[in-house]
Unconditional design. Structure first.
Length: 319
């Protein structure tokens, strides 16, 4: 039995369980443990017909999910069982992106009208609103220390925000098409961005100076992620491939990971690990293992074809 009865459109890190979360068109969220990938994942039912983004924080263990057809965020406490609780609605537009700081203190939501809102995790209190984008917010990412927030938008820009002052630090305008994703390096010194223009750009966080430009895919990329040690950069391609670059040898051709038969929707190095997880429109979820060389990456497991699942009672998200 497949893990999801439909396209798997999202992956999110799940530090609270040392694993990751997946979301599918079947309105289900599944929580997997990376240390025991053959174990049966926990299944949570979402209230929205399409989960557009998700995030989990470690302390307190909390799972967030947003749907593009809704202006609310579903939230579950994971510590003692799985308990749903409400989250404030956004008044103006639907939530299209979501991110949580590693510390668990902050949650950010982005909407279809270009507005970003910053929330306090423990109380669900709105801290402030960030405005600057013109068009939908496609991706959000906190820096490892939570002091910075990067936003990727339909207006072809990436914007960097100070989470303490709620001020925009600067904007990256070198993309020529909508930017779909951004990711910080493990030490927070670099920021990678990518989207429909087929470029992966890497920036120095302190100066927003471009230090790397990878152009390898005319179809564009859906997602980008640094490995746990920061030595490798991966991007999920809309051409069914995963591209892997060695940051120590940026002029070398990317190593291509093949196996998916449809576009790669999202990729992730869970919780700072060297193993890579990918989810695709082909309804498969793949775990890639790695040795000391980037060329030793191979598909270790197609997780979506191996497990039956249990649905946890009483876990529908509340609006």
């Amino acid at each position: 039995m497949r893990g999801h009865d439909g396209v798997i459109n999202l992956l999110g890190a799940a530090p609270a369980v040392n694993g990751f979360v997946t979301a599918g068109y079947d309105r289900m969220l599944r929580i997997w443990g990376i240390s025991s990938p053959q174990a049966e994942p926990t299944t949570v039912a979402a209230s929205t017909p399409f989960v557009d983004d998700l995030a989990m924080v470690q302390s307190p263990a909390t799972l967030y999910a947003s749907g593009i057809t809704s202006n609310a965020v579903g939230i579950w406490d994971i510590g003692q069982g799985i308990t749903p609780r409400s989250f404030a609605r956004m008044a103006a537009a639907n939530v299209t992106s979501l991110a949580a700081a590693a510390s668990g203190a902050l949650v950010a939501t982005g909407s279809s009208d270009g507005v970003i809102q910053l929330w306090e995790n423990n109380s669900d209190t709105l801290i402030g609103t960030l405005s600057g984008h013109h068009g939908q917010i496609n991706g959000l990412a906190f820096s490892p220390d939570g002091t910075l927030l990067a936003s990727a938008g339909d207006d072809n820009t990436v914007r960097l925000w100070d989470t303490n002052t709620l001020q925009e630090i600067g904007a990256i305008t070198e993309h020529s098409a909508p930017v779909l994703a951004a990711a910080f390096s493990p030490d927070g010194s670099q920021l990678a961005s990518t989207g429909r223009d087929g470029q992966v750009l890497v920036w120095e966080t302190g100066t927003l100076v471009s230090v790397r430009r990878f152009s390898a895919n005319s179809d564009g990329f859906s997602s980008v992620a640094f490995s746990g040690d920061g030595r490798q950069l991966a991007a999920g391609g809309l051409d069914k491939l995963i591209y892997l670059w060695d940051m120590a040898d940026p002029d070398a051709a990317p190593h291509l990971l093949r196996g998916h038969t449809n576009e790669v929707n999202t990729i992730l190095f869970p919780n700072g690990q060297s193993r890579l997880v990918s989810a695709s429109a082909d309804r498969s979820l793949r775990l890639w293992s790695a040795g000391s060389s980037r060329k030793r990456f191979h598909s270790a497991k197609n997780l979506s074809e191996s497990f039956s699942h249990r649905k946890v009672p009483g876990c529908a998200a509340r609006d």
